[in-house]
Design a binder for this molecule. Structure first.
Ligand code: SAM
Ligand code: SF4
Length: 334
């Protein structure tokens, strides 16, 4: 994990186990082909190469023992992992006080939402970048908008609270739909968060330009009146999002300036890929495979790699945000 180059800019925060937010990818396969996420990647889903359920539980346990209480299961599309509800049940029954959440594209959710709720999943984030069927199809490669809309309804019916929608800001694709998406969410008591598109290295020539959350807010301000949400009123699991109250509605909207603003100080995320690579920061091409350490139950090695990754070897990041990571989010988990 040597620094790839000399860096400038402030050093990110130090390791604080109590704040650590473990984001575990459980598969790098996906049933969508979102243009901004996995246009060039081939199918990878050989589950024999993935961390086992025992390994995932062990890793969560190591972080839990040091104080971490927040885990998100992600992917790829996590619902493609075989026996996924069983994994949720195993995690919940061993660590019932963990805030356990899921990121999903929703395509397989209507059939398993109830099982996941009963297995102990607390919260759910569903990706929804457009409300237009044709755009949805061309963006994801799947004619799946109606199923995803159904998954949102079912998630609320079975009691997930909150249900959050994640929208990637895509210039030329959804900039004309931002207000419709806000209305869609707030009228249904859904949280909505807009995330700046991150130009990762391996995506197809980075075909989207960055579309800033400031610009999105300016567009939305033509139709809504906003006021900033006070620090103490931020919704649970809000991480680096900035929230704005919307006049006339009960819920705020969130904007995540992953590219145009310095949000690193509020980021406590540690990603582990389905194959067991520890990814300390999604901007940097630094990762270390810890699968054997996890599967062979060597916690002391894990703790020392963590100390090293946070305290010693992580370089200061460059000024502004430059995405050097050679992985796509379909691999690292979003
Ligand atoms: N398949 C699930 C889903 O789509 O929600 C979970 C994994 S996906 C990698 C997690 C999140 O990352 C999604 O909300 C997705 O929109 C976001 N994402 C993927 N590629 C991105 C990119 N280049 N820039 C910003 N967000 C991205
Ligand atoms: Fe789309 Fe999520 Fe699949 Fe990436 S992992 S291609 S964002 S559905």
């Amino acid at each position: 994990m040597e620094p790839a180059q000399d860096w400038i800019g402030p050093r990110p925060h130090k390791l604080d186990w109590n704040d650590l937010y473990l984001r575990l990818s459980v598969t790098d396969a996906c049933n969508f082909r979102c243009q901004y996420c996995r246009p060039v990647i081939e199918e990878h889903a050989n589950e024999a190469n993935f961390l086992s359920f025992e390994g995932i539980e062990r890793l969560i346990g190591w972080c839990y023992d040091r104080g971490s209480r927040k885990v998100r299961l992600t992917g790829g599309e996590p619902l493609l992992r075989r026996n996924f509800p069983e994994l949720v049940g195993r995690i919940h029954s061993r660590f019932s006080d963990i805030d356990l959440s899921l990121s999903t594209n929703g395509l397989k959710l209507p059939k398993v939402a109830r099982d996941l709720r009963e297995a102990g999943l607390d919260r759910i984030n569903i990706s929804l970048d457009t409300l237009n069927r044709e755009k949805f199809k061309s963006l994801t490669g799947v004619d799946g908008l109606s199923t995803v809309l159904e998954s949102i309804e079912v998630s609320q019916e079975v009691g997930f609270d909150p249900v959050k929608l994640n929208v990637v800001l895509l210039r030329g694709t959804n900039e004309d739909e931002l207000a419709d998406l806000v209305r869609f969410a707030l009228e249904r008591n859904l949280y909505i968060r807009f995330i700046e598109y991150m130009p990762h290295c391996k995506t197809e020539t980075n075909r989207f330009e960055v579309f800033s959350s400031r610009e999105a807010l300016d567009i939305l301000s033509k139709e809504f009146q906003f006021s900033p949400v006070e620090e103490n009123d931020r919704p649970i699991g809000s991480g680096p999002a900035k929230y704005w109250n919307v006049k006339g509605y009960d819920l705020p909207i969130g904007l995540i300036s992953s590219v145009t603003e310095d949000i690193c100080a509020n980021c406590h995320r540690l990603r582990v890929t389905a194959r067991g690579e520890l990814v300390r920061c999604i901007q940097l091409d630094l990762f270390e495979n810890i699968r054997a350490i996890i599967e062979e139950d060597r916690p002391e090695e894990f703790y020392s790699i963590m100390e090293e990754a946070y305290e010693q070897r992580l370089p200061t990041r460059p000024e502004g945000h430059v995405f050097f990571l050679g992985m796509q989010l379909v691999q690292t988990g979003g």
